[in-house]
Design a protein around this ligand. Structure first.
Ligand SMILES: C[C@@H](O)CC(=O)SCCNC(=O)CCNC(=O)[C@H](O)C(C)(C)COP(=O)(O)OP(=O)(O)OC[C@H]1O[C@@H](n2cnc3c(N)ncnc32)[C@H](O)[C@@H]1OP(=O)(O)O
Length: 139
């Protein structure tokens, strides 16, 4: 279990990472959980005729691993997620291994707010998601 960090323990420049290989099962599970059965994610024949020519992961499935790093590592347990933006810069394909990285870029002591740069990269060192998150770490 990750040691719980207090707001004061967190410094600008601190970073944390979570890595995962995206499987067909992950994509089906996400479709079932959310109800987003867009055929470009789940129907190989349909996907062959799309711009990407094969099935790709839902953008928010990929993006959700930013939440994993924020909630489990940095700022970690007891973080309150306030906002997030995502730019999906490249597709995530089945079997890709993605790495979600967060880095503290700003702190606001009066409200205990932490701004983090949030990016996800694939195994070919291509950035697939870019963005920024705001988290409150009250205690
Ligand atoms: C809803 C769900 O079911 C569906 C999904 O989840 S799909 C999965 C998540 N999305 C992705 O995986 C897409 C990943 N992105 C890409 O692969 C690329 O961005 C792209 C191939 C779609 C487009 O790239 P590119 O061919 O380089 O784009 P253009 O240069 O032709 O740009 C056209 C205009 O769009 C703007 N733009 C492009 N990408 C983005 C982006 N990610 N976010 C915001 N805007 C984007 C680009 O600036 C161009 O606009 P402009 O006014 O002409 O500058």
């Amino acid at each position: 279990m990750q040691k719980e960090l207090a707001y004061e323990d967190i410094q600008i420049g601190d970073s944390a990472v979570f890595s995962k290989t995206i499987s067909e099962f992950d994509i089906y599970q996400f479709a079932g959980l959310t109800g987003d059965f867009n055929p470009m994610h789940i129907d190989e024949e349909f996907a062959k005729k799309t711009f990407f020519k094969e099935r790709i992961a839902h953008g928010l499935l990929t993006g959700s691993f930013i939440s994993t790093v924020l909630g489990m590592k940095l700022p970690g347990p007891n973080s309150i997620y306030l906002s997030q933006n995502f730019t999906f810069t490249a597709p995530v394909k089945m079997g890709d291994t993605i790495k979600a990285i967060v880095e503290v870029v700003e702190k606001r002591d009066d409200k205990k707010l932490i701004k983090l740069k949030t990016q996800i990269w694939n195994q070919r060192e291509e950035m697939v998601v870019d963005g920024e998150a705001l988290v409150m770490k009250k205690y």
